[in-house]
Design a protein around this ligand. Structure first.
Ligand code: SAM
Length: 292
């Protein structure tokens, strides 16, 4: 077994060997604690039959743990300066491919088809760049990729919102969007001290396991997401007021909204944050004929 990259001493050695300076704008906070990395890979449930996708390998701290515990790793790194460093730090591992690309621009499905032939268990595992956490997770889920799930480090506050249940302050359209596709669990909170440099916010690891089918069947997914977003436009407003101010001609169609709420069994004075995904599904289907 090779010496871990993720120790303070080894990380400092690598950074100084290459004269690397962190770019805050790219969310570069590298992990320097091998125990945390072991925990992440355990929560991800990897084996040699698993192919892992990593976003932002940095200098390879997590990548080498993925290389040791899974069959193959493909890692997307946007920062060109890190590519020669990764060639060096990951040279002991022959099952890693680094792609110098912005994950938000990448054709991940094509890469899965080319790189993961013979693997039917695919997991996304990463310590995400915090400035783009939500767009990355939504992209990976909405593209309908053949993955088992996503196990990632992110800002604790975003993890709270993703895994929130109805009736809590953190519950909102992000909780619904992600829980529509996955079972979401916050599996670990992480102190700032395990990063170099230390971020300003608290961190957590979240595990998203893709559902076989959504928790509610709706006529139109697009319309369901429009309804959930509209319902949280102003958190202190009632569901009726949010929908009538957000939907096209909602003010004129207030009676129709009231009828739909009643058909879905939802009091018009309730707030969006009290509605379950199932209630949003019923409401979306009841509104659909009048707004499409
Ligand atoms: N995995 C490493 C670790 O845990 O030490 C580094 C994690 S660091 C929080 C985030 C990494 O994502 C950085 O290496 C950064 O350059 C990279 N990154 C930022 N934006 C990216 C994007 N849009 N696509 C791919 N990589 C990105």
């Amino acid at each position: 077994m090779h010496k871990d990259i993720a120790t303070p001493i080894r990380t400092k050695e690598i950074l100084s060997k290459y004269g690397f300076s962190f770019k805050k704008s790219l969310g570069q906070n590298f992990l320097i604690d091998p125990n945390i990395l072991r925990n992440i890979t355990e929560y991800a449930g990897l084996s040699e039959k698993t192919a892992a996708i990593e976003i932002g390998p940095g200098i390879g701290a997590l990548t080498e743990h993925l290389a040791r515990t899974s069959g193959k790793v493909v890692a997307f790194e946007i920062d060109q300066r890190l590519i020669p460093i990764l060639d060096d730090t990951l040279s002991p591992y022959n099952n890693v491919k680094i792609i110098n690309e912005d994950i938000l621009e990448a054709d991940v499905e094509a890469i899965i088809n080319n790189e993961f032939v013979g693997f039917d268990d695919i997991m996304v595992v990463a310590n995400l760049p915090y400035y783009v956490t939500t767009p990355i997770i939504l992209k990976l889920l909405m593209e309908g990729l053949p993955i088992r799930g996503i196990c990632v480090m992110l800002q604790k506050e975003v993890g709270d919102r993703i895994s929130a249940q109805p009736g809590t302050k953190a519950y909102g359209s992000l909780s619904i969007a992600i829980q529509y596709y996955t079972k979401a669990e916050m599996v670990m909170t992480v102190p700032k001290t395990v990063f170099m440099p230390q971020p300003n916010v608290d961190s957590a690891v979240i595990r998203l396991t893709k559902r076989e089918k959504p928790p509610v069947e709706v006529i139109s997914e697009d319309f369901f997401f429009i309804i959930t977003r509209s319902s949280f436009a102003q958190r202190r407003k009632t569901i009726l007021n949010n929908l009538s101010s957000q939907l096209p001609q909602g003010k004129e169609k207030k009676d129709m909204i009231l009828e739909a709420l009643s058909a879905a069994g939802i009091e018009p004075t309730r707030r969006g944050e009290t509605l379950s995904i199932q209630e949003f599904g019923r409401l979306s289907d009841a509104l659909y004929p009048n707004f499409n």
